[in-house]
Every structure is written in C-alpha cells, then in structure tokens.
Ligand binder design. Structure first.
Ligand SMILES: [Zn+2]
Length: 251
C-alpha cells in the first residue's frame, strides 16, 4: 500500500485493506485556534494528524481516518481565526465517526486528541460509544496531564524548562511544527509568552476569562529554542508513549 491515510485512498483499496485484516483505525482530534503570532491556527490539527499517522504505522495493520480538524477552543475565541465546537458537538462528531467506521467493518477505533480542550469531551464520547458498541474496542488516550508529562520529560533532556516548553505555542509545539510544516512558522516573531506557574488556578483563569488573561499574545511558553530536530524527537517519543498506553488499555 502506498498510504494508510484513507482520505488519500480510494474505496476499493480501502476495502482490500479491510479484507486483509486492517480492521483497526486511528483518528486524531485537533483544533483550529490561535497559536501565538508565530504558529498557524491549525497547529493542533497538524500535530494530531502526524501523531495518528505515525501511531498507525507503528501499530501495524491499521488505517488512519481523516483527523477531526476542529475542537473545543472557547478560551481562544478572543483571537481571530479561532473556531470552537461546544463539547456536545464534538461528542456528536465522534459518535458519527464511530458509526460510520463500524459499518465498514473496523473493530478497533482509537481516538487521539492533540488539543487540551478536547480531552474531556473525547473521554466522555469514547465511554458512550464503547457502551453503544460493546462488541468492539473503542479507546483513546485522554489523560492530558500524562501527555504533558511525557512531553516535559523530553524537554528536560534538551535542557528546556517546563515553562519554556509550555502548554500552548511554546517550545515543544513550535518544534513539532518546524519539523513538519516549517513554511508555516514565523521565526522572526519568536518571543516569550506567559512563563509563570501553570497550576489549577491559572488553568481556571484561562477557562473562565480566556487566554488573554494570562498571555496577551496567546502563548504559554517560549518558542525561542525550538528546532525541527527537537520536533522530530518529540513526535517519536510521543508515539512511543501512546503506543504503550493504548496497548495497556487493550490488554
Ligand atoms: Zn496546541
């Protein structure tokens, strides 16, 4: 097969793959939201798409379904270009994805959210879909803090602090986009955003008052030390981490 991305394939080749045992499918769940003055609004969708593709390749006998491109981004709506789904809308999209894929014979469906605001809705949706289709395996990695920890551990190896690596448009996301879409990155605009502590209180402030309450430029972290080489490592390590976690869920 030339590709495992179903959006780039035709139906006879997809059918052939399913008949040959490609009955696992992976779906990234991204977002369209501001990512500071230097990254494109589709940052999380690009990351989710790459993660899902690499995951599917590593997992084996797996196809990738079209990444859900829009997510729950209400706290970024103060910035132009952001499009936000309400949680019930995202859950309804996941329900429709699941129903479509089930009809075609997929037996394991793996959802991989790549945007923090999606995790809660994806978690609930997976639970509901699993109850609706008990004979299938519907799973996903929905522990946002676990994913952040994985990324921060990689940052530490590069001697980049958690504050620089950041939770939004900081060093790690910028490195990832440099690695696979550097033409969309404005390196001339790299500069620090919010670099303070990011605990429950700060997260609550962002959710209740919006991102400008913490960072006027919409950045949590500092992209200055970002590089494509680091981005490739972030991707590889995150895929390794997700494979291990999903394997455990399916045991
Ligand atoms: Zn992001």
């Amino acid at each position: 097969m030339k590709t495992i991305k179903m959006e780039d394939m035709n139906w006879p080749d997809i059918q052939k793959a399913i008949d040959e045992g490609y009955i696992t499918v992976v779906v990234g769940v991204g977002s369209i939201e501001q990512h500071g003055p230097h990254l494109p609004t589709k940052t999380d969708t690009l990351i989710g798409d790459m993660l899902a593709l690499r995951f599917a390749m590593e997992w084996g006998k797996t196809l990738q379904a079209r990444t859900i491109p829009v997510g729950c981004s209400e706290h970024h709506l103060a910035f132009p270009g952001t499009i936000s789904l309400k949680a019930p809308t995202l859950k309804a999209i996941i329900a429709d994805y699941t129903e479509s894929l089930v009809k075609q014979g997929f037996q394991t469906i793996i959802y991989l959210p790549s945007h923090g605001g999606n995790f809660a809705a994806v978690k609930e949706a997976i639970k509901e879909q699993q109850a609706k289709f008990p004979e299938l395996k519907i799973v996903g990695y929905t522990d946002l803090m676990g994913l952040m920890d994985c990324l921060f551990k990689v940052s530490a190896e590069f001697e980049i602090t958690q504050e620089e690596a950041g939770a939004h448009a900081g060093e790690n996301e910028t490195s990832l986009i440099l690695a696979f879409a550097d033409q969309l990155v404005r390196e001339d605009r790299f500069g620090p955003g919010y670099l303070g502590p990011l605990g429950d209180r700060e997260v609550k402030t962002i959710i209740q008052e919006g991102m400008p309450a913490l960072s006027e430029i919409g950045v949590l972290g500092d992209p200055t030390k970002a590089s494509a080489d680091k981005g490739a490592v972030y991707l590889e390590k995150t895929v390794e981490f997700l494979i291990e976690k999903i394997k455990k869920q399916l045991e």
